[in-house]
Design a protein around this ligand. Structure first.
Ligand SMILES: *[C@@H]1O[C@H](CO)[C@@H](O)[C@H](O)[C@H]1NC(C)=O
Ligand SMILES: *[C@@H]1O[C@H](CO)[C@@H](O)[C@H](O)[C@H]1NC(C)=O
Ligand SMILES: *[C@@H]1O[C@H](CO)[C@@H](O)[C@H](O)[C@H]1NC(C)=O
Ligand SMILES: *[C@@H]1O[C@H](CO)[C@@H](O)[C@H](O)[C@H]1NC(C)=O
Ligand SMILES: *[C@@H]1O[C@H](CO)[C@@H](O)[C@H](O)[C@H]1NC(C)=O
Ligand SMILES: *[C@@H]1O[C@H](CO)[C@@H](O)[C@H](O)[C@H]1NC(C)=O
Length: 552
């Protein structure tokens, strides 16, 4: 008996030491958590609680990470009066009339809390969760296995590599389950390359039959081994592939950058075959893909003077899919793979999808729409609703996002960068998006390597000189979604009568309800959360915080 007690105490104590964040402040507004050979914080394993308990996890700008708390739903008996009011799914969604019941107690308390941001002054600030109204099914969360990600992970000692991989893929980390794999090089490589780069007398030799196709050193060093490790840690990991550039000899420009880099017409067929060859080669390394996109930033590439890419017009892309890529993929051994088109920024969506689908065959080839976050704002979010309603059986997936693309900087410990992620994720989840995939999972302290010096930020930064890695606020903010909203969760209705905070809610496959709430304001926010089928709780959302609630 005594021994058991001591053992429990020992386990509990070693647990609490290993869990904690080793904070470091780089003067960017908040702290990072340092992982080194001796220490690395871990995330809590989430255990089910029964009604009326609610699990509450909070992270905030003042440094708290996944602080755990419990509350209980108040009984439903005390709620009497019915009130109707204007509620909003979020800032730019149409208003919805919601009828809520208010207890006398809440009403009295609220009358002395006359907030200036009230939309309806007579109703307390309330979040209403309604699991009877359901929307899209979630596919997953993740980042990209870029060369830079692999190079940075491999620059660490084995033991630390393991900690980093567990930080992303295991239950002690973000539990990522949907990752992007570049086909060949990206701007986050140490040089431009493709899989058919045979040089003869200083010139690239044309090889339209792809007889010389072979995977690169980078695939064998930085992608395949890490993908295999990730699959061991996360058995539900799904992968999708995206190509940046074709071999130079396939392009009009004869060079890698997107700008004016149209594919030669006679290379349409070899380019489709090139995708299949990539899938074949990974398959022979025991790696299978769930999805493939029709190319990275196929329209915005035009503006890329350095970033490798191919430029397409929507007309030509539609033609290529219908005549070459679609038939080839569907007749191959990889025929079940999801085809995602666009893989580009929001403003391109409406026109390009209309053009691509004006080719009626493409309806049968294309499964989903891949979207990047770089030109997102509140004013163009309606585009997501529009394309969902126009193409209701094509899923929407966010496939790339990063901070720092505007000013080329790593901001170690920036809460603002983390908030930008959370605002975008909540905005797009409330508009039919089925998952969110980050860009580089790991970069160095400069935001690279990038052979074209296109340095950006990442949720994990490696300092190989010190043999340390830093988990940024972005990393933890991502966990507030990825750990609580597993694949096949369904978004449910959440609405509020106030515009200061951001909310999204989900019904999980295990029937739990997860609610993510971002308070971007500098003051504490009090809210009543109501779930008609459970009851009510009072929430105090600390300044600049993100909170995930979980209840069954
Ligand atoms: C909300 O309810 C009011 C009163 O019942 C009604 O006049 C109004 O049209 C409704 N608004 C919406 C968006 O349904
Ligand atoms: C709340 O305060 C504003 C400004 O002081 C006032 O105009 C308004 O009548 C108050 N509302 C309630 C419900 O007390
Ligand atoms: C693929 O998996 C099979 C069966 O587990 C194994 O025999 C083979 O060696 C693997 N091939 C590679 C390239 O890893
Ligand atoms: C969005 O629209 C509002 C109101 O018209 C405007 O004030 C704001 O600057 C716009 N934001 C962007 C990013 O265009
Ligand atoms: C990385 O580590 C080196 C060696 O310890 C140190 O001098 C440098 O300041 C570190 N960089 C950052 C961003 O912490
Ligand atoms: C951050 O969260 C912790 C835990 O919930 C809380 O104790 C602390 O007061 C919060 N910080 C601020 C500035 O509100």
């Amino acid at each position: 008996m005594k021994l058991v007690l001591i053992l429990i105490l020992l386990i509990a104590c070693s647990g609490c030491k290993a869990d904690g964040c080793l904070e470091r402040d780089y003067g960017e507004g908040n702290t990072v958590c340092v992982c080194n050979n001796q220490h690395c914080d871990t995330m809590p394993r989430i255990n089910k609680v029964s009604f009326p308990y609610i699990l509450i996890y909070t992270s905030n700008k003042s440094g708290k990470r996944f602080k755990k708390n419990y509350k209980t739903f108040t009984t439903r008996g005390g709620i009497k009066n019915s009130v109707s009011g204007k509620f909003y799914e979020d800032k730019t969604t149409n208003e919805r009339n919601v009828s809520i019941k208010i207890s006398k107690f809440t009403k009295k308390k609220r009358s002395c809390l006359n907030g200036t941001n009230d939309v309806n002054n007579n109703i307390p600030k309330t979040i209403v969760i309604n699991s009877k109204i359901t929307y899209q099914k979630i596919i997953g969360w993740g980042g990209a296995f870029t060369d830079s990600t692999g190079i940075n992970i491999k620059s660490l000692k084995k033991n630390l590599q393991g900690k980093l991989m567990r930080s992303y893929f295991s239950t002690e980390g973000l539990e990522y389950n949907l990752c992007r794999v570049p086909i060949g090089c990206t701007d986050f490589s140490t040089h431009g390359y493709t899989y058919v780069d045979d040089i003869d007398d200083g010139d690239y030799r044309e090889d339209p039959l792809l007889t010389k196709f072979k995977l690169a050193r980078e695939d064998h060093l930085y992608k395949i081994p890490l993908i295999k490790q990730a699959k061991k840690l996360q058995k539900n990991l799904l992968l999708f592939a995206s190509a940046w550039t074709s071999p130079k000899w396939m392009k009009e420009s004869g060079s890698y950058p997107g700008s004016m880099g149209y594919l030669k017409k006679k290379m349409y067929k070899p380019w489709a075959n090139y995708f299949i060859k990539f899938l074949d080669n990974y398959f022979s390394n025991n790696i299978t893909f769930w999805g493939i996109t029709t190319g990275n930033e196929i329209f915005y590439s035009m503006a890329h003077l350095k970033i490798p890419g191919i430029v397409w017009t929507p007309e030509e892309m539609g033609h290529w899919i219908s005549k070459y890529f679609g038939p080839k993929l569907r007749k191959s051994q990889h025929h079940q793979i999801k085809m995602l088109t666009i893989d580009d920024n929001r403003p391109t969506l409406t026109h390009s999808l209309d053009t691509i689908f004006s080719n009626t065959q493409n309806e049968g080839f294309i499964d989903g729409v891949a979207i990047h976050w770089y030109f997102d704002n509140e004013n163009n979010s309606y585009i997501l609703d529009d394309i969902h309603h126009k193409y209701p059986n094509k899923f929407l997936l966010y496939t790339e996002a990063c901070n720092g693309a505007d000013n080329n900087l790593v901001k170690l410990g920036s809460w603002k960068n983390a908030e930008a992620y959370a605002k975008n994720i909540i905005q797009v989840l409330n508009r039919w998006v089925t998952g969110w995939v980050d860009w580089n999972m790991v970069l160095d302290t400069k935001g690279g390597p990038s052979y074209i010096r296109n340095f950006v930020d990442s949720p994990i930064i490696v300092n190989c000189t010190a043999q340390e890695f830093y988990k940024q606020p972005m990393y933890y903010i991502l966990g507030h979604f990825s750990k609580f909203i597993p694949r096949d969760s369904i978004r449910i209705s959440s609405s509020q009568n106030d515009l200061l905070i951001h909310v999204a809610a989900f019904k999980r496959p295990d029937n739990g309800v997860a609610v993510v709430i971002l308070n971007p304001s500098d003051v504490s926010q009090r809210r009543t959360l109501r779930d008609e089928s459970k009851g009510e709780i009072q929430l105090e959302l600390t300044p600049r915080s993100i909170t995930t609630l979980l209840y069954w």
